[in-house]
Write a protein that binds this ligand. Structure first.
Ligand code: UDP
Length: 331
């Protein structure tokens, strides 16, 4: 993926967990990078190492609002647009559901229109949540999902489904070249300690000596992908020559119960861990595992980082992060 000519990538949501790793990887690959972020759930500290680098610029803005002139004026300089803008943790995206829906619908529309004007390729970060609480297992891209359009997760999963619909309409009508990634649970350094998701909660609680919160009996499953594997896949998908008329699942197909995840964290944290059971959130999916056959075939990609190795790096990062900041764990 070496470039002959300097190109510019816009990363909406670039200060977030996955976005900040993506910005770094794009810089390493020779792109100039514009990071657009409203810093609502992301943290500028994720960009500390990047802000001094030539070729990197940060623009504070919300994709629900008209895009800042500093971006629209760059016009055809921008050849790649990654849309990662949206809170992704259930408690955070449910905190302002209207804004979550608008971020996905209005934000995606604004970025697609920019892609159309600039002639840039557009990648939507969609989600495994488009499958809802799946009746089919593992989930392949053909499966149309089991989603509640009236429940508390709808602002996010229906928002992403609408964003996918709009993205494919732009492609069908020849307005933009697109790629759609359906991202499954991802973890690693740069997660917000207050994010409220299972890996950040359990790791931070364990490190702080607090009881770890397990929702329900812990028998529900997820499949956890290390962030560097995910970023590699996103860039491969963006740069691949596949016709972008199909979504591609990206995630780690190794499925674990939440109780097994806790055991894996216990193995990394050298202290007694007390468990506090809490009620299962409404519409919490029972099982989730990606079928990544399409990503393997089209991109030659599969995750390389096992859970123990990824968790070791994550625990190490959180330990340093918690030592730097006064701690706080939500939910
Ligand atoms: N979960 C948990 N304890 C927590 C946070 C989450 O047991 O402190 C559970 C949650 O109910 C879900 C799974 O872990 O079944 C993954 O939750 P997360 O919010 O990380 O992501 P989701 O896949 O639900 O979007």
């Amino acid at each position: 993926m070496k470039q002959d000519k300097k190109e510019t990538a816009l990363v909406a949501g670039g200060a977030g967990f996955i976005g900040s790793h993506l910005c770094r990887a794009l810089l390493r690959q020779g792109f100039d990078v514009i990071c657009l972020d409203n810093l609502l759930t992301a943290r500028r500290s994720n960009l500390l190492a990047l802000e001094a680098e030539r070729g990197f610029s940060f623009v504070r803005g919300d994709v629900v609002d008209p895009l800042p002139a500093v971006i629209t004026e760059r016009g055809a300089d921008i050849t790649r647009i990654y849309n990662l803008a949206c809170a992704a943790s259930p408690p955070l995206y449910q905190a302002d559901p209207e804004h979550t829906m608008l971020t996905n619908v209005v934000g995606t529309d604004r970025l697609l229109r920019l892609a159309e004007r600039a002639g840039a390729r557009f990648l939507l970060s969609s989600t495994s949540e488009v499958y809802g609480d799946p009746e089919r297992h593992p989930q392949s891209e053909e499966y149309r999902g089991s989603v509640s359009c009236t429940g508390p997760r709808a602002c996010y999963d229906e928002g992403k489904r609408a964003a996918e619909a709009m993205t494919f309409d732009f492609a069908r009508s020849g307005r933009a070249e697109v790629r759609v990634a359906r991202i499954f649970n991802t973890y690693g350094p740069h997660m917000n300690p207050d994010d409220g998701r299972v890996v950040s909660n359990l790791v931070c609680q364990a490190l702080l000596g607090l009881p770890v919160t397990i929702y329900g009996d812990g028998s529900q499953t997820r499949s956890f992908c290390y962030v560097e594997d995910m970023v590699k896949a996103l860039m491969l998908l963006m740069e691949s020559d596949i016709a972008g008329d199909e979504p591609v699942n990206l995630g780690n197909p190794e499925e674990r119960t939440i109780a097994e995840l806790l055991d894996a964290i216990r193995a990394q944290v050298d202290r007694e861990i007390e468990v506090e059971h809490r009620p299962l959130p409404v519409d919490d999916p029972t099982r989730r595992r990606p079928d990544i056959g399409r990503a393997r075939a089209l991109l030659g990609w599969a995750p390389e980082t096992g859970l123990a190795e990824g968790l070791a790096r994550t625990v190490d990062w959180f330990a340093r992060e918690l030592a730097r900041n006064a701690p706080g764990v939500t939910k």
